[in-house]
Design a protein around this ligand. Structure first.
Ligand code: NAP
Length: 244
């Protein structure tokens, strides 16, 4: 396999963490955000020679696989034309707010990645990296065969899922194919596979902000593939998105 170029649209916590993981693994990355490449000078300098900044359209065009690490509420601003024919990794989670919510997600008619796929009709969307924090990706990557952590992937295109699995193997992770995008609720917020397996049990009695802070600061806990399969099978579909 030739090492793919990774486009990363969105350079917040997830995008910057994935960029560090990818450049450390020897991949070239092309980064973009909403404010323009001139605002990414510091991040590019910190990542080193394998990283460059671009506009969002350029990041999509330059890459073989594109991570869209943006809020789900911004998915309709992703560049559909430039992403046509590309494999798109979708890590977004639904965060309903008074400013933006989706009736199709609220009614469980669609999953969040089906919404993204509908906008990016010419792309092959693979849901992944949504149930683990960037810090834990950086903690838990391991060479093949060692004490490896597995990540769930969901997608409607088998070749795209294989390409993402190959990419994650290079990044230091196993994958578990959990089927099509319509089933991606099985690893989304409010299911057993979301976040906590990769950090362990939090202390009792934390407020929501304290819990978020605890999860973000906790060291990673390896999760083997068999455990991912088991937790996905135990999921029960409830209301979509974060319920605060
Ligand atoms: N944080 C986590 O632990 C975590 C874990 C798993 C999944 N996720 C999901 O991953 C996604 C990213 O999360 P995050 O925590 O990294 O968010 P974040 O820190 O708020 O960063 C969001 C990034 O998206 C960029 N952006 C927004 N609209 C854009 C547009 N139209 N075009 C290009 N870039 C745009 C922002 O650009 P600017 O910098 O210019 O504002 C920013 O760089 C979210 O959907 C989240 O639900 C988060």
């Amino acid at each position: 396999m030739t090492t793919p170029v990774l486009g990363i649209i969105g350079t917040g916590m997830v995008g910057a963490g994935a960029a560090r993981l990818a450049t450390d693994a020897g991949l070239d990355v092309v980064l973009s955000n909403s404010r323009g490449p001139q605002t990414l000078t510091g991040l590019v300098a910190a990542l080193g020679r394998r990283a460059r900044a671009a506009t969002t359209a350029e990041a999509a065009q330059a890459a073989d696989i594109v991570l869209v690490a943006v809020p789900l509420s911004a998915h309709e601003r992703l560049p559909r034309a430039e992403l046509t024919g590309k494999i798109v990794i979708d890590p977004t989670n639904y965060v309903p707010t008074p400013q933006w919510r989706s009736p199709e997600l609220d009614s469980d008619e669609l999953t969040s990645s089906e919404l993204v796929q509908r906008h990016l009709a010419g792309s092959q969307v693979v849901k992944a990296l949504h149930n683990i924090g960037p810090r834990h990706l950086l903690d838990l990557h391991r060479p093949a065969g060692a004490d490896r952590t597995a990540l769930p992937v969901h997608g409607d295109d088998e070749a795209a899922k294989k390409a993402v699995a190959d990419l994650f193997d290079v990044l230091g992770f196993d994958t578990v194919d959990l089927g099509p995008l319509s089933g991606s609720w099985r690893s989304e917020p409010n299911t057993p596979l979301y976040a906590f397996p990769y950090v362990g049990e939090p202390p009792a009695g934390l407020s929501v902000p304290e819990l978020v802070g605890w999860v973000q600061g906790a060291p990673g806990v390896p999760v083997p593939a068999a455990r991912v399969t088991e937790l996905a099978a135990a999921a029960v579909r409830g209301p979509a998105g974060f319920q605060f």
